[in-house]
Design a protein around this ligand. Structure first.
Ligand SMILES: Nc1ncnc2c1ncn2[C@@H]1O[C@H](COP(=O)(O)OP(=O)(O)OP(=O)(O)O)[C@@H](O)[C@H]1O
Ligand SMILES: [Mg+2]
Length: 461
């Protein structure tokens, strides 16, 4: 690429984003950077101070970084521009150009033109939206109705911090069925939606393959028509997008340790890694019972990923029992703890208490056996996903009074490695809890799960 071409390209890029052309100093800085000239010598040629050049250059690199969604500086501008292919796309006629990974429509932009008075930039506004206000497109047809519960405020604050303030690219919410992943995310999306140009919510039950999802995403993200040769990542760079993939555990195998993809989904791992590692301002939000192995590994690499493991609703679940008109409020906390503060489990059991005991919690709790009733099929869905060695660990833990100490392997296991791998896998499935005390660390099962596993063991004899 020649310098004149680079100048024109950069000018088009800045103009498409801000409605202004490069000024003469900015052009001199670009030319100087292209020829590896120090700022001082650019300043001498331009008859101004090196500080003025440095400041203008810094602003220009910032502007280009924002537009491209990757860091641009004097030392890399030439390499970045040289990487860029300058071509026309027939779909949009000669006014639309592809600049490397970014699609810029210079005259017939599908987006409204730049506002006259630029908005004050907040850390959470999309990088390329200071002057252009792209049309927002939010597709939440697969999402449930929002509820606006006034609990989970800490979780909401954490997620907002990760997604808006820290610009994390991959956020995973894990937790057992019914703990409230979908509900929390729906509320989060309602609160942060204005920060994203594109929001797409998909449940995994609807996407048989990665290709089906990719086609759907590209159709959705593209300006009027999908364009050839642009990847999902290209769109994630150009727009600030939020993609929510719910029920992500559906992509993972059952009957073996957690985290392996079902063959037709195996490319998901690659996409997830690309999204986490490449620079952009979009976010992929995964909701899952289990954590895919890639995500655990990406977190150790410290690359803009976070996982929120959703826990008990705690005392705030009392609101839910109140709504079900239960009585004996002094026993509610006991009921909440027995059912792990899981809102779905509590809703189901509250309906049972209403039906069988006319809402009297004390009468229900006077039964010495923990009642599962309609929870059994839900727990079964989790249990049938386990490998044989995980089931063995679950059965061993179900028979421990105060929890299982893993400092030595239980006799039922032939290999220590297999035992530890099974424990680790169960942790990633959120099925076992770690209790740390002065005496040491033990692993336990939630009462409902313990009861379910014991029932299973009794059935198999
Ligand atoms: N914070 C909450 N306060 C009160 N009720 C809640 C809350 N979160 C979820 N619920 C209720 O619990 C039920 C289960 O919630 P949700 O569907 O969000 O769980 P989930 O974790 O997505 O489950 P799954 O993994 O099976 O999809 C819903 O009926 C919802 O109304
Ligand atoms: Mg859900």
């Amino acid at each position: 690429m020649e310098i004149q071409e680079a100048l024109k390209w950069t000018d088009d890029l800045v103009f498409a984003s801000t409605g202004k052309h490069l000024d003469s100093l900015q052009r001199s800085i670009l030319e100087g950077a292209w020829q590896n000239q120090p700022y001082k010598s650019i300043a001498d040629d331009y008859h101004c101070t090196p500080d003025h050049v440095r400041k203008t250059a810094w602003e220009l690199w910032q502007q280009l970084s924002d537009i491209l969604g990757e860091e641009v500086k004097k030392s890399n501008i030439k390499a970045k521009l040289e990487r860029i292919e300058f071509s026309h796309i027939s779909n949009f006629g000669s006014d639309t150009q592809i600049f490397g990974d970014i699609n810029i429509c210079s005259k017939i932009s599908p987006y409204p033109k730049a506002e006259k008075t630029p908005k004050k930039r907040s850390p959470t506004t999309p990088t390329n939206s200071d002057n252009i206000q792209p049309e927002k497109r939010h597709d939440l047809t697969d999402a449930p109705e929002p509820h606006n519960f006034d609990n989970r405020t800490n979780e909401l604050a954490t997620l907002k911090e990760w997604i808006l303030a820290e610009n994390n690219r991959l956020v995973t919410i894990t937790g057992l069925s019914g703990i409230g992943k979908t509900t929390l995310t729906r509320q989060l999306v309602a609160e942060i939606k204005d920060n994203f140009h594109r929001i797409l919510w998909r449940s995994h039950r609807k996407f048989p393959t990665l290709n089906a999802l990719k086609t759907n995403l590209i159709e959705f993200f593209s300006p009027p028509q999908p364009q050839q040769n642009l990847s999902i990542l290209d769109y994630l760079r150009f727009h600030r997008c939020l993609i929510i993939l719910d029920d992500f555990q559906e992509t993972l195998t059952t009957g073996e340790f957690v985290g392996t993809y079902i063959p037709e989904y195996k490319n998901y791992g690659k996409l997830i890694k690309e999204i986490a590692r490449s620079p952009h301002n979009s976010c992929l939000l995964l909701l899952s019972w289990e954590k895919p192995t890639e995500i655990a590994n990406l977190e150790t690499e410290n690359c803009h990923c976070h996982t929120l493991q959703l826990q008990s609703l705690g005392e705030s679940a009392k609101e839910l029992l109140k709504a079900k008109n239960l009585t004996d409020e002094n026993r509610w906390l006991e009921l909440i703890n027995l059912y792990s503060g899981n809102p779905l489990w509590l809703n189901i059991i509250a309906s049972t208490i209403q039906d069988l005991f006319n809402g009297k919690v004390a009468q229900f709790l006077s039964y010495s056996h923990l009642f599962l009733g309609d929870l059994e099929p839900i727990l079964h869905e989790h249990y049938q996903r386990l490998s044989e060695s995980e089931k063995l660990v679950m059965q061993w833990l179900a028979n421990q009074e105060i929890g299982g100490d893993i400092s030595s392997k239980p006799p039922k296991f032939s290999s220590e490695g297999d035992f530890l791998a099974a424990v680790q896998s169960l942790r990633k499935r959120n099925l076992i809890k770690k209790n740390v005390s002065e005496e040491g660390c033990v692993f336990t099962l939630e009462p409902v799960i313990k009861k379910y596993v014991k029932n299973q063991s009794n059935k198999s004899f």
